[in-house]
Design a protein around this ligand. Structure first.
Ligand SMILES: [Fe+2]
Length: 187
């Protein structure tokens, strides 16, 4: 008997583009990110509908034991001197982790535990990032081209954006042509 082969979804590693599979897509614009960037004046000065990032994910089940697979494409740019970044989140199910893979562009992955301690990992084509449970995560594009990263996370993880009312403890800015991580003074 000749076996039949199932055609799986395909990802073009160089661009992060999926093909041949039903996708869920979501774009996040400047107007969707109030209170995220430090320089409110600079944020207001940008076009409200300017896309900061878009996510494409394979339409899959959120059931226990299943995985979501998606790519974030984060545009280059700055609000004032602060690099474009994703909103960032804890998972609603805090113990659930996630894996990111850098595909193109250059940037940083900002990780923060529940004690508010933050750290930065470099993101580049081929980088692998094991995000443990109980860890908030945000992508930051410090380069001149689109930063694309593949992510795989449990279907039950969910998102909790409200858990970071003070935001992250680090901001990544450009100062005198250098990429700098600056501690945020909260409270
Ligand atoms: Fe996540």
């Amino acid at each position: 008997m000749k076996p039949s082969f199932i055609q799986p979804p395909q990802l073009l590693w160089e661009s992060g583009a999926f093909s041949s599979t039903p996708l869920v897509q979501k774009s996040t614009c400047i107007q969707d990110l109030p209170d995220i960037f430090a320089d409110e004046r600079a944020w207001h000065a940008l076009p409200a509908d300017q896309v900061v990032y878009c996510v494409e994910m394979i339409d899959s089940s959120p059931a226990e034991g299943e995985f979501y697979t998606g790519v974030t494409h984060l545009n280059p740019g700055k609000v004032g001197n602060e690099f474009f970044m994703t909103r960032g989140h804890f998972h609603a199910r805090r113990e659930q982790g996630e894996v990111y893979f850098g595909l193109r562009g250059r940037g940083l992955l900002l990780l923060q535990n529940e004690a508010g301690e933050a750290r930065l990992e470099e993101v580049f084509p081929g980088s692998v990032h094991i995000i443990p449970g109980f860890t908030a995560h945000r992508l930051i594009n410090t380069g001149d081209e689109i930063l694309s990263a593949l992510a795989v996370w449990p279907g039950v993880a969910g998102h909790d954006y409200a858990a970071l009312p003070q935001g992250f403890a680090l901001r990544v800015v450009e100062e005198n042509g250098e990429i700098m991580g600056k501690e945020v003074q909260n409270g």
